[in-house]
Design a protein around this ligand. Structure first.
Ligand code: ARG
Length: 227
């Protein structure tokens, strides 16, 4: 393919929202770590670029790439139809499941979700799907997933709809919560690009195919997600 350019020569700028463990989170030293930084780092290395990570709100991480302020948005980002209209995506590198977190002993089920007050992370597919399915009156969007979980602990919402990987971490860290067995939606995670940035999409897809083919991506997923 044609040779690609990046926002800053020699760099691959990744916009993200580092409040989504284990895909991206901040460690005790303020370093952004997780599945996405590691995969992005491996891609950058293959492309001969230095990875630069910029942390911001989840919605902003998408607009940054759409507006050409970052090269890639990597944020456990789900491919969906509305986003495909405004950005391009790489091939998928992982899957996610929207799950329902409740307090232990709660009578919330997938079938009566429409009667509940549902906490979400603003702008996520969980937020968008719940609003579409049950109406904005039933959805309380928070700035990030852990804030939504804290609202559940404080009985301000009846449940939280969020991706399974952070859900497991939040439930493990907070006694009295559990994840319902019934899944709300299945999704593919991919890397987002500005619409029409085909040369970079192709370059990243090439690197990603090698990293999937040689087991690097699976090893990174296994390192962060317990079987
Ligand atoms: N997979 C969901 C979505 O794309 C949630 C992603 C949230 N990611 C984050 N880094 N906060 O909408």
């Amino acid at each position: 393919g044609a040779s690609f350019t990046t926002v800053e020569s020699g760099k691959l700028i990744m916009s993200t929202n580092a409040a989504f463990p284990p895909y991206e989170m901040t460690d005790d030293n303020g370093q952004i770590i997780g599945i996405d930084p590691e995969i992005a780092g491996a891609i950058a290395e293959k492309l001969g670029l230095e990875l630069v990570i910029e942390d911001m709100e989840f919605d902003a991480s998408q607009t940054a790439v759409q507006q050409g302020k970052s090269d890639i948005c990597m944020a456990g980002l789900t491919v969906d139809e509305d986003r495909l209209a405004v950005m391009d995506f790489s091939n998928s590198y992982a899957t996610g499941i929207q799950v329902i977190i409740v307090k232990e002993g709660s009578d919330v089920t997938l079938d009566n979700l429409g009667d509940q007050l549902i906490g979400t992370q603003r702008g996520t597919t969980g937020d968008i799907y719940c609003t579409d399915d049950y109406g904005a009156d039933h959805v309380v969007p928070y700035d990030n997933g852990i804030t939504a979980v804290q609202a559940l602990m404080n009985d301000q919402v009846d449940c939280v709809v969020i991706d399974n990987a952070p859900a497991k971490e939040f439930v493990a860290a907070n006694a009295g919560l559990t994840i319902l067995d019934t899944e709300y939606a299945l999704e593919d995670y991919a890397i987002g690009f500005a619409k029409g940035n085909t040369a970079l999409v192709e370059a990243v897809n090439g690197a990603l195919a090698e990293l999937i083919g040689d087991g690097t991506v699976q090893a990174i997923l296994d390192k962060y997600i317990a079987a």
